[in-house]
Write a protein that binds this ligand. Structure first.
Ligand code: ZN
Length: 111
């Protein structure tokens, strides 16, 4: 119980960072996962989001669906990650190709 509470405190501190876009990708994914299963933090996020959006825009608040927003954010990060993974694989493939070429040249010198 106390451990849960400490966790929530940590996530609550991250919410403002999430809302102003300064939270890291890893922490954002963590936060999204937590908020989905924690009613308290979800409420906190909803309230802070409303404040950030501006309470004068009532239509926007009524139509605000935090679940959809979190899901969209998660998908965006996952898509970014996939792109990074692909770039890394291309880079590793390139390294491997160079290493193979180097060893082939070395073998030719030796033999
Ligand atoms: Zn929580």
């Amino acid at each position: 119980m106390n451990e849960e509470y400490q966790k929530c405190k940590k996530y609550e501190r991250e919410i403002p960072q999430y809302l102003n876009g300064t939270l890291s990708q890893d922490d954002t994914l963590d936060l999204i996962e937590h908020v989905r299963s924690c009613a308290n933090c979800k409420e906190e996020l909803t309230v802070q989001h409303m404040v950030a959006v501006g309470l004068n825009d009532l239509d926007q608040i009524i139509s605000l669906n935090v679940d959809d927003e979190l899901e969209a954010e998660k998908k965006r990060i996952m898509a970014l990650r996939r792109k990074q993974d692909r770039a890394e694989r291309v880079f590793l493939g390139f390294l491997f190709f160079n290493a193979s070429a180097f060893f082939a040249a070395l073998m030719m010198l030796i033999l």
